[in-house]
Design a protein around this ligand. Structure first.
Ligand code: PAF
Length: 283
C-alpha cells in the first residue's frame, strides 16, 4: 500500500497507473470502522486501484469542540486499510489541502436548508469544497459514500451534476453494530452508559417505519417515536423527520408504494449522532 501526504506525490504515482486502471476513491476522515472498510471492499469489487483519503476537514465543522475531539488514529487506520486491500492512501496535512483559506462558497439550495444543513450552518459548503478538491486531485472513475450520511450523498450528487465531474457515485448501505447502532467514528467517544442506550436511535427510526406502515399518520408516528427516544433521558433530539428521498423535503402524508427516508439527529452525552432508514409506504 502506498501512502502519500502531498498532492504532488499522489498525482505522480497515479499518473503512472491511470491509463491502465479503474480508480475508485473512498473519502474518509479517518478513525475507521467496518462501515469504511465496507466502502473499500465495495470499491475493490469494481475498481483495480482503490484510493482512500484520510483528512479531518476543518471547513465542514461548525462546532470547534467537535473538530478538536474528532478521533485521529492514523497508524491504526493505515493498518486497517492495508488489511482491507486498499492500494493507495492520501493523508494530507491541513496546509497541503488548504494552502490559503478558501474564499469560494458552495450553496446547495433548498437541500441545504434542512436537517443537517439547518443544524450545522456551513457544513455542506465545507463538504463540497473538500470533496471537489479530492475529486480533482484523485480523478477517480468511481467514488464511494455511505448512506448513513444520506444528505451528504445527495449534496455530493448535486456537486457531481452541477460541476460535471466525470465519475460515478456509489451509495453504500449503512453498516451497523449487532445492536443496530449505525457505525460512526464518533461512537468511540460514547461513555459506557451512553453506548448502552445508543441503539435507541436506530430503534426510534424503526418505530416510525412500523407505525407509518401500519397506517398511523406521519406526525403521530414521529411524535410517539420522539417521545419514546426522549423518555430515556439520555438524548436531546435535534430532528426526527420523514422526507422524500431526493430533496429531503418533509412529508406529512405517504403515498403507497413510494420510498421515503426517516432521519434523526440527536445529542447523546458528548456526541451528536445521526442515522436514517429508507422505507416503502404500505398500501
Ligand atoms: O463523510 C465523511 O467522512 C466526510 O464528510 C468526507 C466525505 C470524507 C468529507 O470530508
Amino acid at each position: 500500500m502506498q501512502v502519500f501526504d502531498t498532492v504532488t506525490g499522489l498525482q505522480t504515482y497515479l499518473a503512472l497507473h491511470r491509463a491502465s486502471q479503474t480508480i475508485g476513491l473512498v473519502p474518509t476522515m479517518g478513525a475507521l470502522h467496518a462501515g469504511h472498510l465496507a466502502l473499500v471492499a465495495q470499491a475493490r469489487t469494481e475498481c483495480s486501484l482503490v484510493v482512500a483519503s484520510i483528512f479531518v476537514n476543518p471547513t465542514q465543522f461548525n462546532n470547534p469542540d467537535d473538530l478538536k475531539h474528532y478521533p485521529r488514529t492514523l497508524e491504526a487506520d493505515l493498518a486497517l486499510l492495508e488489511a482491507a486491500g486498499c492500494h493507495v492512501v492520501f493523508a494530507p496535512t491541513e496546509a497541503e489541502m488548504y494552502a490559503c483559506p478558501p474564499v469560494l462558497r458552495l450553496s446547495f439550495g433548498e437541500l441545504e436548508q434542512r436537517l443537517e444543513g439547518a443544524h450545522r450552518p456551513g457544513h455542506f459548503n465545507g463538504v463540497g469544497l473538500v470533496v471537489s478538491k479530492l475529486f480533482h486531485q484523485v480523478q477517480p472513475q468511481v467514488a464511494y459514500f455511505g448512506q448513513k450520511d444520506l444528505q451528504q450523498c445527495l449534496v455530493v450528487q448535486q456537486l457531481v451534476q452541477d460541476l460535471a465531474f466525470p465519475l460515478q457515485l456509489r451509495r453504500c448501505p449503512t453498516v451497523r453494530e449487532a445492536d443496530g447502532l449505525a457505525m460512526s467514528s464518533r461512537n468511540r467517544r460514547l461513555g459506557e452508559a451512553e453506548r448502552q442506550v445508543a441503539p435507541r436511535l436506530h430503534q426510534s427510526l424503526q418505530r416510525v417505519v412500523q407505525s407509518a406502515q401500519q397506517g398511523a399518520p406521519v406526525a403521530q408516528a414521529l411524535a410517539q417515536a420522539r417521545a419514546w427516544l426522549e423518555q430515556s433521558g439520555a438524548f436531546s433530539v435535534e430532528y426526527l423527520e420523514v422526507a422524500d428521498t431526493e430533496q429531503l423535503r418533509p412529508v406529512t402524508q405517504l403515498t403507497a408504494g413510494q420510498t421515503y427516508a426517516v432521519l434523526v439527529a440527536a445529542q447523546l452525552g458528548p456526541v451528536r449522532l445521526i442515522d436514517n432508514l429508507l422505507f416503502q409506504a404500505g398500501a
